[in-house]
Design a protein around this ligand. Sequence first.
Ligand code: SER
Length: 319
Amino acid sequence: MKNILIIGSNGQIGTDLLTKLREKYSHKQVLASDIRPPQKTDSNFVYLDATDATAVRQIVKDHQIDEVYLMAAILSANAEKMPMKSWDINMQVLFNVLELGKEGLIKKIFWPSSIAVFGPHTPRVQTPQYTIMDPNTVYGISKLAGERWIEYYKNHYQVDVRSVRYPGIISWKTLPGGGTTDYAVEIFHEALKKGHYTSFLAENTRLPMMYMPDAIEATINIMEAEPQRLHIDSAYNIAGISFTPKELAHAIQVYLPDFKIDYKPDFRQAIAESWPESIDDTMAFKDWHWQHQYDLDEMVKDMLEHLSEQYHKNLNLVS
Ligand code: SER
C-alpha cells in the first residue's frame, strides 16, 4: 500500500490526474493538495503552499507519503509577466520535493518538463530528444534548469525522479492558466458559448499538443515503468498531435459549421514561434512503449461532447 501526494491537484493536469490515480489506487491513498481550495468538498485534501519547505515536509511525514506528483508551476505566458517571482516559485517547489527525496523521505517523484525547454535554434520539426536547447522564456529556462537538477539529484543522491516534456495539453474539466497553448482549450469554450473565437496565435502557428487522457497515461506509465528500462535521467520527449489554430478551427467546424475564427496575435506569438512544431518521441516509445491514442478529430469530438453538455447545447457529433 503506497501513499501518493499530488501537489497542484486543482490545476489543469492535477484535476484529471487525481481522478485517475484515485480510480487506480483508492481515495484514501491519494492525497490532494493545492494552494486553492477544491471545487467539491474532498475529505482527502490539504491546503499546501509548495514553496514552503517546512509545510511540504510536514505533510509528507504526517501522511507517510511515498510518491509525489509535483504539478504546481507558473506557466509560460504568466511567467513573462513576473519573471523573478515565477523563477523563484518554479525552482523552489522543485527543490523542496527533491530534498525530501534526497533524505529518503519519499521514494519516487514525478515532475513535468515541457516543450518550452526548446528555443529558437532548436530544430523545429520532429525535434529530437537531444538537441540545441536555448529557451528564451522564464518558464522554459526554469524547466531546462529543472531537468538538469533532476538528473543531478538522480546521479548524485539516487533520487528516483521521472519526467516528460509535456506539449500543450487540451482538456475539458479544468482550464489551463497562463500558458501559450491555452488557445487550444479556450477555442472550444468560445465556439460553444459565442460561435466565435479570436485567437492570440496566428493562423499558421503549428505547435505540439496532446489530449488530456494521453497526458495522464504518459504520466502514470512513466511512473510505473521498471527503473532499469529508463535510459534518460532528465525528461522524455512525448508527442501527441501537432496542428495550427486554423486546422483546429476547421476540425471544430466539422461539428459547428457556423463557428468563426479570427486572429489577433499578441506577445504569446513570439513564445510560440520559439517552440517546436512537432516532437520526436522515439526514445519514450523504445523505453516504456509510449504511444499517444487521440488524433485531432477524436480529440475535437470528445471535447465537444463533454463541453456541449456543460453548456447545455445539443450537438450532432456524427460527422
Ligand atoms: N502549455 C505550456 C504553456 O503554454 C507549455 O508547457 O506554458
